[in-house]
Write a protein that binds this ligand. Structure first.
Ligand code: MG
Length: 395
């Protein structure tokens, strides 16, 4: 079998997604994804450029092809390159599993659990609204629930920049004081109303520096969080030592990490409990197998980033991986716009707390290329924050 063509598809069925299809001379093909919020054209160009190394190759030799793709760049690493590599690698695993007529998780070692434990997002404008929303999530089958008081920045948002940058979303003004004093009060209220059994987590969205994050992690200890997510920016990873020495609140980090040289010290120095870097972002299932083998020895588990900007194909890769490894933790779970399910038929499903892939060989999911063409790429910008004095905030 030989690879004859690599197609890169950038489509926006409600959100922008970068998809890839690897075709062969025997008709069997594989699908992958390299979506990267606000940097989609860069990843698509990297996939197209890298594809030259795959044409004419045997797609079954996944490790060999991964090494060829990785080493041919010479300037290795970086989020765009790692994500492009992830897209191609995921498509190779899908292709091989389809050719062998087995699900991808069988190639990864076989099923290690009934399904993949998922967490969902919950929130509200008042504590009572949050309680009601958590109860709604519990009724829908979720056992782990992320809670936020308000949107990004929560009660730390003082208003919006009166002089926004043209073409950008309204810029929120954030000060950490209100957010820091509110968050432990929110959790106290939630535990009083909901009891101790439900697993609750919270995302700081990297809004704090290490000292404030350590204060918050300690203040949240009595409420036993499932995890505290992104208490600091990964660039400030050494600040995790300060958080660790202050508190035993579990830490999840890594949704914007991608290189093994950044990730491995977090694991081996026991600075995190959950690694959020999904297979797509770190160079695919081939790299995820290696990193999470190390992580297993340090009791670091998966909590793969799975917001809507990571589409159904990358979600399926995460779910197959989580089904097959021992140190699976929890999977961030979202649903997608209807159009995305139509462009990518065969997405994973959620039932009674657990996600499972669509039955069938490979990842169980496909790409409708004709339909994808009907949803052209739309420029989208991520939010930035300012402080009260007008300076740009850290996020
Ligand atoms: Mg997050």
């Amino acid at each position: 079998m030989k690879i004859t063509e690599v197609r890169t598809i950038v489509t926006c069925p409600g959100r922008n997604y970068v998809l890839v299809k690897i075709l062969t001379d025997e008709g069997v093909y594989g699908v992958g994804e390299g979506s990267m919020n606000s940097s989609e054209p860069a990843v698509a160009a990297m996939i197209e450029h890298s594809s030259q190394w795959l044409i004419g190759q045997n797609p079954f030799n996944i490790e060999d092809l991964w090494q060829i793709l990785y080493r041919n760049t010479y300037w290795r690493g970086g989020p765009v390159f790692r994500t492009a590599l992830g897209a191609l690698d995921i498509a190779l695993w899908d292709l091989k599993a389809k050719a062998l007529n087995v699900p991808v998780y069988e190639l990864l070692g076989g099923r290690a659990r009934r399904g993949v434990l998922c967490y969902t997002h919950s929130g509200g404008g008042s504590y009572d609204e949050i309680v009601e929303d958590v109860q709604r999530c519990q009724e829908a089958g979720f056992r782990v629930i992320r809670v936020q008081h308000g949107g990004y920045g929560g009660p730390g948002i003082l208003g919006h920049d009166p002089n926004p940058i043209e073409g950008f979303p309204a810029i929120p003004i954030f000060e950490p004081g209100g957010y820091l004093s509110d968050t432990p009060k929110m959790f106290e209220h939630l535990r009083m109303a909901l009891g101790d059994e439900v697993e609750l987590c919270h995302d700081v969205h990297e809004q704090l520096g290490p000292t404030d994050a350590a204060w918050l992690a300690r203040a949240l200890e009595p409420f036993r969080l499932y995890f505290l997510e992104d208490p600091v920016m990964p660039e400030e990873w050494e600040g995790l030592r300060q958080i660790r020495s202050a508190s035993t609140t579990r830490i999840a980090l890594g949704e914007i990490l991608y290189n093994r040289e950044h990730i491995i010290p977090l694991i081996t120095e026991r600075l995190i409990d959950f690694l959020r870097t999904p297979p797509m972002r770190m160079g695919g299932l081939t790299e995820a197998r290696k990193i999470f083998s190390v992580a297993e020895m340090y009791d670091v588990r998966t909590a793969f980033h799975g917001a809507q900007d990571i589409g159904p194909i990358a979600q399926a890769a995460s779910v197959h991986f989580n089904l097959a490894i021992h140190n699976m933790g929890v999977q961030e779970w979202v649903t997608y716009p209807d159009a995305a399910y139509e462009v990518m038929p065969g997405a994973c499903t959620f039932s009674e707390g657990l996600a499972n892939p669509n039955p069938g060989p490979g990842l169980g999911i496909d790409i409708d290329e004709d339909l994808a063409k009907k949803y052209p790429f739309q420029t989208a910008r991520l939010p930035i924050f300012r402080r009260w004095d007008g300076g740009i905030h850290r996020h």
